[in-house]
Design a protein around this ligand. Structure first.
Ligand code: FAD
Ligand code: SIN
Length: 560
């Protein structure tokens, strides 16, 4: 048995930044199911939204977020994130993250001197700010087009040398420990954690358990997300009885590279921000036929336009063209995308890029208040796995890394004076029961593939009542098989992840079927209009079917 003050599950921007702040108040254990840097965070390209330009304002950032959220963002969560953003950027810099400086900045590795960078009123060099779709001003702080890699590098380094923080790589949380299950109060007291290398399950008891498990892109066949994004936190919280909200709002990124050898490579929104044009295969631009904001319309609109173009023409992809920009500009601003595409034989300075939409971001998640508290005492949720109310029905680009930082900070502050003297509760060790080694791993690969394919085909960018009903029936059958397998055979990471994506699929379908309107990321041909009466959060809990919150919103609005 392991004990700690704070058990953090996940090592992306949310988990690691929480750990760094919480370490000042107690002992932290971070468990992470692969190597510690593996996370959605590491692959983030565009950057982090923050008002830092004199021509920008908090009001504009708030308004852009609310517009993207299609009437569903919680105003208090939006205000909080927007106003906290500049401080959170400075905090990342204090952990050692380097962001691109405004033009004229001298880089450490440059031999030829350039004029000094412009300075902000505080005397610190100004940061270079990109523009992205849905933003009315330049406000995207970035490190080339590999912002996440730099942020994760800095956080991993800071955590690895921090006092009071122990990181357990290759440790996957299986389920939360809730005392109610053992006759106690409804409190979360830690988690059972699978030590992948040794094939054994540890009991980890904690004063506070913080889910920071990220997104669930792997629930869809095509995704921008890495393999770790299997919605484990949402599934664990749901099994434990926590409230989950708005799972129907799954964001599809409009532009993922279409290439037979590219598994999930994103082509950043920042390309469109810098002028890239979406074209049909014959070269004609098409976004003006869908939205006056054209390439800079919010993501749901651009993704649906591409989906419509592909379905209409039968094309396998559309084109994203930035060849009209100076090659030096392209290489300077998008070095990662340029190099990666070159590796696939595409020179983005002279050739348009074949792109398709792909599942990208989970806007819904575990309901929290403005401090990251879930509906179960002792259980907290931060980052992409949480539903804080910030994103509403559609997330504004580059608001997600920000949300992870802001709610990690809020949670760490709220937990600063956690009670540490109480004795540890008496909780049984993990019981392997009658389980035996599996001789039928093919069940996992088969079900994994079937589930992701049916989600793509029936619960994708455009939905219908009939498709959702079909999906629900098949998911229920798959869940039966998975449960049987789960209780019969020894655990593996693949099995645990399959069980979790099946739960996430169930929740997405259930929320989507209950939302009988189209709004933001949820579009259904059977209810194509937006219904003002449905501008409310859809909540679901174990044993309580998905329903709209009577008061309008779950979680954040209840916070302090
Ligand atoms: P993650 O960074 O995904 O971390 C989750 C962690 O939890 C991982 O370490 C994972 O291994 C671990 N984990 C999961 N389940 C378990 C378990 N059961 N047990 C133990 N550990 C577990 N957002 C922006 O704001 N700007 C961008 O430019 C941007 N670009 C993006 C580009 C790509 C390609 C992708 C995929 C996403 C992008 N996003 C961007 C979204 C953003 O990266 C994520 O929303 C954000 O990084 C989520 O951070 P997180 O800390 O919540 O989760
Ligand atoms: C991108 O770079 O396009 C991703 C930005 C985001 O998901 O916020």
């Amino acid at each position: 048995m392991l004990t700690c003050d704070f058990l953090v599950i996940g090592s992306g921007i949310a988990g690691l930044s929480f750990a760094l702040e919480a370490a000042a108040h107690g002992e932290v254990i971070v468990v992470t199911k692969r190597a510690r840097e593996e996370s959605n965070t590491k692959y983030a390209q565009g950057g982090i939204a923050a008002v830092l330009d004199k021509d920008d304002s908090f009001e504009k950032h708030v308004n852009d977020t609310l517009v993207a959220g299609a009437g569903m963002s919680h105003p208090r969560a939006v205000e909080l994130c927007v106003r906290e953003a500049p401080d959170r950027i400075r905090m990342l810099q204090s952990y050692g993250a380097h962001f691109d400086l405004a033009q004229g900045a001298a880089h450490a590795d440059e031999s030829s001197p350039r004029p000094p960078p412009p300075s902000s009123p505080s005397g610190t060099p100004e940061l270079d700010l990109h523009l992205e779709g849905g933003h009315s001003a330049r406000r995207i702080v970035h490190t080339g087009d590999m912002t996440g890699r730099e942020v994760e590098r800095a956080l991993v380094l800071a955590v690895s040398s921090a006092k009071n923080i122990r990181v357990l790589d290759e440790h996957m949380a299986i389920d939360l420990i809730t005392l109610a299950k053992y006759g106690g109060p409804e409190v979360c007291a830690g988690a059972y954690v699978f030590d992948v290398a040794h094939g054994k399950v540890e009991k980890v008891l904690a004063r506070a358990t913080v889910l920071a498990t990220g997104g669930a892109g792997k629930v869809y066949l095509y995704t921008t997300n890495p393999d770790v994004a299997t919605g484990d936190g949402v599934a664990m919280a749901f099994r434990a009885g926590a409230e989950v909200a708005n799972m129907e709002f799954y964001q599809f990124h409009p532009t993922c590279l279409f290439h037979p050898q590219a598994k999930n490579f994103l082509i950043s929104e920042a390309l469109r921000g810098e002028g890239a044009i979406l074209r049909r295969l014959d070269g004609t631009p098409f976004m003006k036929e869908y939205d006056p904001r054209m390439e800079l319309a919010p993501r749901d609109i651009v993704a649906r336009a591409i989906d419509h173009e592909m379905k209409r023409s039968g094309a396998e992809h559309v084109l994203l063209d930035i060849t009209h920009k100076d090659p030096a500009f392209i290489k300077e601003h998008f070095p990662g995308i340029h190099a990666q595409c070159m590796g696939y034989g595409i020179d983005i300075t002279t050739q348009p890029i074949p792109v398709v939409p792909a599942a990208h971001y989970l806007c819904g998640g575990i309901t929290t208040d403005l401090d990251g508290r879930t509906t179960i005492p002792g259980l907290w949720a931060i980052g992409e796995c949480a539903h804080t109310g910030l994103h509403g029905a559609n997330r504004l680009a580059s608001n997600s890394l920000l949300e992870g930082m802001v709610f990690a900070h809020m949670a760490a502050q709220a937990l600063a004076s956690i009670e540490r003297a109480k004795p540890w509760p008496d909780v049984p060790d993990w019981d392997v029961g009658e389980a035996v080694p599996s001789d039928e791993a093919v069940v996992i690969t088969q079900n994994w593939d079937e589930l992701r394919r049916l989600m793509w085909n029936y619960v994708g960018i455009v939905r219908s009542d009939k498709r959702l009903r079909r999906a629900a029936r098949r998911i229920a059958l798959l869940q039966e098989e998975i449960a049987e397998y789960y209780w019969t055979y020894f655990l593996t990471r693949d099995l645990l992840e399959l069980r979790n994506i099946a739960t996430v699929a169930q929740l997405v379908v259930e929320c989507a079927a209950a939302r009988r309107e189209s709004r933001g990321l949820h579009f259904t041909i059977d209810h194509a209009e937006t219904d003002p009466k449905m501008a409310r959060d859809m909540v679901v809990k174990r044993g309580v079917p998905a329903h709209l919150v009577p008061g309008g919103s779950a979680g954040a609005e209840r916070g302090p």
